[in-house]
Write a protein that binds this ligand. Structure first.
Ligand code: ADP
Ligand code: NI
Length: 228
């Protein structure tokens, strides 16, 4: 199979597998991440097949939708690629990227000092995935996920938790506005590549503008009446 055919087969598999996925983690999320991956990869020295397959398979079984189990996704990807006779080295790299792309893997884990995997290919796909959590799309995805989980949009009595461990992050079920402070606004300074950093700027500012407007509308009296 040529690389192009491999990518086509993978697209078909992902579309089918994610047919009933939550709106922020569906095929269109994968398509946006894939497109951003290709865009960012143009300026980086990376294996294009590895980043393509990793972008397409990175959320094939997100642990959020599998009772927190982080092994399902890498396992599915490995089995799928093995059946297509993709070279072992390529499969190993793609699986490593899927295991390490998530925001929560960057959070401290109680009792564990895990050696982090890094590669230029992971850097590219991670940036592409992070960009899709920011800006207008990022806002839409956050509220879609919050709605899916039946969470409050905002609750002034519940402050964001800025010092979450990985375990706490996975269990968090606070209002969606908190997710901006707990993750989305922190992404800009975590981008790996120059292209990723540049694209993140506009999206970050858009989220700041959104939050300012949101709080203005939440309580228009807040500024004028200090007793409220
Ligand atoms: P990753 O994909 O890096 O593992 P997350 O699982 O934290 O990152 O989140 C992926 C996307 O799912 C977020 O960018 C956001 O759109 C949505 N999401 C996750 N957790 C929340 C939350 N607590 N509130 C709102 N949206 C969330
Ligand atoms: Ni993703």
């Amino acid at each position: 199979m040529t690389d192009a055919e491999l990518v086509e087969e993978t697209i078909a598999f992902v579309k089918e597998t994610l047919a009933h996925a939550e709106g922020g983690h569906d095929w269109f999320h994968i398509q946006r991440v894939f497109n951003n991956t290709i865009l960012i990869a143009k300026s980086e020295d990376v294996d294009i097949l590895v980043v393509s397959l990793a972008a397409l398979l990175h959320d094939i079984a997100d642990s959020k939708f599998h009772n927190g189990d982080e092994t399902v996704g890498p396992k599915m990807a490995k089995e799928f690629l093995s059946a297509l006779q993709v070279p072992k080295k390529t499969i190993r790299h793609v699986v490593k990227i899927i295991e390490n792309i998530s925001y929560k893997t960057s959070l401290p884990e109680k009792g564990k000092q895990r050696k982090k995997f890094t590669s230029p290919e992971l850097a590219v796909v991670q940036d592409a995935d992070r960009l899709d959590a920011m800006g207008a799309i990022g806002i839409a995805r956050a509220f879609n996920y919050g709605g899916f989980k039946n969470r409050a949009m905002h609750d002034p009595a519940i402050p964001p938790n800025l010092k979450m461990s990985k375990g706490e992050y996975k269990k968090a079920n606070g209002p969606t506005i908190n997710h901006f402070y707990e993750k989305l606004l922190l992404l800009k300074d975590k981008m790996n590549t120059p292209t990723g950093k540049e694209l993140a700027e506009e999206r970050h500012q858009y989220m700041l503008d959104f939050l300012q407007q949101f709080f203005k509308e939440w309580n228009p009296l807040a500024q004028k009446n200090p007793l409220k």
